[in-house]
Design a protein around this ligand. Structure first.
Ligand code: FE2
Length: 210
């Protein structure tokens, strides 16, 4: 059985393989994704932040349908193996009105700084994080200065961008959110596991549009 350290390295390697594959795919127009590759190469290891993993995160990772593609499968396996060793945070801890969102939405930073506002000083060119969203949770429309790339690792949720409708995006989908473009995610019967990448302006915060 792989050690936790080996699993954590495999999580980063799989993240790199997903991002590298997208970078090499001429059919995908993902601006600035090269910055994420540089950040991964420069960083080399996961943060030593104190582990903090709610039981629900483990349950959701075990419950979500295994994706059909091999990279998604590898990513999900690596996440299941490493989730208890990661620090999962509640990015809307200051929003006491967002009870449902805060009970069902979790973020773990893979590359970058957990406090976000110091991530540029941390020396990374991009911020890469994993999100886990429970079933029947709306992550309401929100926006931020940082340009963002999302990869759906497992679970089909409905994604909304700008004034567009909510549309189901299956595992393997990439979503691009330009600076200050409002976006939202609605899970239905299954959880959503996603990879998110901020490629610039890392020292900004995401704010709900309300
Ligand atoms: Fe975002």
């Amino acid at each position: 059985m792989a050690s936790v350290d080996e699993s954590r390295q495999r999580l980063l390697a799989t993240t790199g393989a997903i991002i590298g594959g997208a970078h090499a795919d001429a059919t995908l127009d993902l601006p600035d994704i090269g910055l994420a590759i540089t950040a991964l190469a420069d960083h080399g290891r996961l943060s030593d932040a104190a582990p903090d993993c709610p039981n629900l995160v483990v349950e959701l990772l075990e419950a979500v349908d295994i994706p059909n593609d091999s990279l998604g499968q590898a990513m999900l396996t690596a996440l299941c193996d490493t989730a208890p060793s990661l620090q999962w945070v509640d990015p809307y801890a200051d929003r006491t009105d967002q009870v449902a969102l805060r009970a069902g939405y979790f973020v773990a930073v893979l590359v970058g700084d957990h406090a976000r506002e110091t991530s540029l000083a941390f020396g990374t060119e991009a911020s890469i994080f994993v999100t886990v969203q429970a079933p029947h949770i709306l992550y309401p429309p929100h926006s931020h200065l940082a340009p963002e790339l999302y990869y759906a690792v497992a679970g089909t949720a409905e994604w909304k961008k700008g004034d567009g409708p909510f549309e189901p995006k299956p595992p393997g989908s990439w979503m691009v959110h330009e600076p200050w473009t409002s976006h939202a995610m609605q899970t239905r019967s299954e959880p959503l596991v996603a990879l998110a990448i901020w490629t610039a302006d890392l020292d900004c915060a995401a704010t709900l549009d309300d």
